[in-house]
Write a protein that binds this ligand. Structure first.
Ligand code: C5P
Length: 243
């Protein structure tokens, strides 16, 4: 059996060289980590659910013209994606106060924000992904002003899309994180949505009951993470099935 070339192993995913140049195989693991990997567990079935859910959201983005890395799902745990250069920023969009923002600013969790708030964190596990401003991003050259305009526009378009999709199934999109990749077409650089969109990277609350259906279930020991993610998949009509 031929061995695949591993490009990168992260906390929840492993990346392998794809079959064609410019492609990558993204493998979704069952590992869950929180608080910068201080808390860890293996949660059976999480990788399968996130593979399906990320496929669902990325295809939705493609359908409304938001460029992203997704090419096709290969099997229960793997998808083929376009290789890109990841911008070293985590782009967070918040509609309601929660998590680190609620804590940092002393705001009660669940307060609706007057407008979506976009935040940037430097992707650096050793530093715990610190919050950075556009001044830092410009000064250290992590992204250009044109990139930042494009990133903001992508983030807000993804927010509108995801908020609407989730609202349609009775779920409030509290906040989410996306990552952005650079791809090159000849002389031009384009930015696309990369990585994953799944309940690992979103806060999702049931509109009626406020029940948490995202990774906070794991972070805060609120019950079964698999049950929560399965409920999101069930409502969206995304059920794991063999390829
Ligand atoms: O922890 P915080 O409140 O800053 O998280 C905001 C949003 O970004 C949450 O939906 C969280 O799941 C997501 N996030 C992430 N990966 C990180 C940090 C935050 O997916 N490293």
């Amino acid at each position: 059996m031929a061995r695949r070339k591993k490009i990168y192993e992260g906390k929840a995913k492993t990346l392998y060289e794809g079959p064609e140049p410019g492609t990558i195989v993204q493998y979704f693991k069952d590992d869950a980590t929180a608080f910068n990997a201080e808390k860890r567990a293996t949660i059976e079935g999480k990788g399968v659910l996130n593979n399906m859910l990320s496929e669902y959201f990325m295809l939705g983005l493609t359908n409304i013209g938001i460029p992203n890395h997704f090419i096709k799902r290969l099997n229960m745990r793997e998808q083929l994606v376009r290789a890109c250069e990841i911008v070293p920023l985590e782009v967070i969009v918040r509609n309601y106060a929660a998590g680190s923002m609620a804590k940092r600013l002393g705001i009660e969790e669940g307060m609706q924000l007057p407008r979506p708030v976009v935040e940037y964190c430097l992707k650096d596990d050793k530093l715990g992904d610190p919050l950075v401003t556009e001044e830092h991003i410009a000064a250290f050259g992590w992204a250009s002003q044109q990139d930042m305009d494009d990133i903001l526009s992508l983030a807000l378009r993804v927010n509108d899309f995801l908020s609407g999709v989730m609202y349609g199934v009775g779920i409030r999109l509290v906040d989410f994180k996306i990552e952005i990749g650079r791809v090159y077409d000849g002389d031009y650089q384009r930015l696309i949505v990369a990585d994953e969109i799944s309940p690992d990277s979103c806060r999702l609350w049931d509109i009626e009951t406020g029940q948490k259906l995202d990774k906070d279930v794991f972070r805060r020991d609120l019950g079964s993470l698999t049950d929560a993610y399965t409920e999101v998949a069930r409502r969206l009509g995304v059920m794991p099935k063999a390829n």
